[in-house]
Ligand binder design. Structure first.
Ligand code: XMP
Ligand code: MG
Length: 187
C-alpha cells in the first residue's frame, strides 16, 4: 500500500524534509547538546508520541550520561489544537534538582510546551532547556522560545518520522506535508 492510498484520494503527501536532511540535522543538534552539557548528567524528557523517533535518533548521538523519561500531553484533535492542554502520562522520575532537556517533535502554538515547562519549574528542576525538531514559530500563541531547533517551518500539517494524522503515518522515514489534491493526480 503506498502513502497516498493510506490517506485517500483527496490528499497528497509532499516531502518537506527527507530522511537524509533529518539525519544530518539530528546529528547537528546532538553535537550542540553535547557541547552545551559537557561534564553534566542530563534527564531527557521525551514528549510522546510524536517525538519518539526523533528522541531515539538524538539520544544515540549524545556522549554525555543521560536518563530518559516520558510524558504524554494532549491538546490536539485531528489537525486542530484544542488549546486545552492535559497531562495524560506523568513522569516516573523525580525532577527536582536535575538538569532537564525536553525533547519535542513540533512546537506550534507553544501552548503544550508552555504548560510542560511551567509544570517542570514548579517541580523544582535545576535547569531546563527544550529541543524541538521543528519550530512553527510564526503560529505562536504563547510566548515560548526553544533552546535547540532543527527546522524552522512556516506552517502546514506535517506527518512522518513520528508525526501523525489521527495516529497514522508515523512510520514514514521522511517528513511530509499533507496537501489537498486539487489536480486529481496521485503522487
Ligand atoms: P502546540 O500548538 O501546543 O502543539 O505548540 C504542539 C503539539 O502539537 C502537535 N503538532 C503536530 N503534530 N503534525 C503533527 O503530527 C503537525 O503538523 C503538528 N503541529 C503540531 C505536536 O504533537 C506537538 O506536540
Ligand atoms: Mg508532540
Amino acid at each position: 500500500m503506498d502513502q497516498t492510498s493510506r490517506l485517500g484520494q483527496e490528499h497528497l503527501l509532499r516531502v518537506v524534509y527527507s530522511h537524509q536532511q533529518i539525519a544530518s540535522e539530528v546529528a547537528r543538534l546532538a553535537e550542540e547538546i553535547n557541547k552545551a552539557y559537557s561534564g553534566r548528567e542530563l534527564l531527557v524528557i521525551v514528549v510522546l508520541k510524536g517525538a519518539l523517533f526523533f528522541a531515539a535518533d538524538l539520544l544515540r548521538g549524545l556522549r554525555i550520561p543521560v536518563r530518559v523519561d516520558f510524558v504524554k500531553l494532549s491538546s490536539y484533535d485531528g489537525m486542530m489544537s484544542s488549546g486545552h492542554v492535559q497531562l495524560t502520562k506523568d513522569l516516573d522520575t523525580e525532577v527536582a534538582g536535575r538538569d532537564v532537556l525536553v525533547v519535542e517533535d513540533i512546537i506550534d502554538t507553544g501552548l503544550t510546551l508552555s504548560f510542560l515547562v511551567d509544570l517542570l519549574h514548579k517541580r523544582g528542576v535545576a535547569s531546563l532547556s527544550v529541543c524541538t525538531l521543528i519550530d512553527k514559530k510564526e503560529r505562536r500563541q504563547a510566548q515560548f522560545d526553544p533552546d535547540f531547533v532543527g527546522f524552522d517551518c512556516p506552517g502546514g500539517f506535517l506527518v512522518g518520522y513520528g508525526l501523525d494524522f489521527n495516529e497514522r503515518l508515523r512510520e514514514l522515514p521522511s517528513i511530509y506535508e499533507i496537501v489537498e489534491n486539487n489536480t486529481g493526480e496521485v503522487e
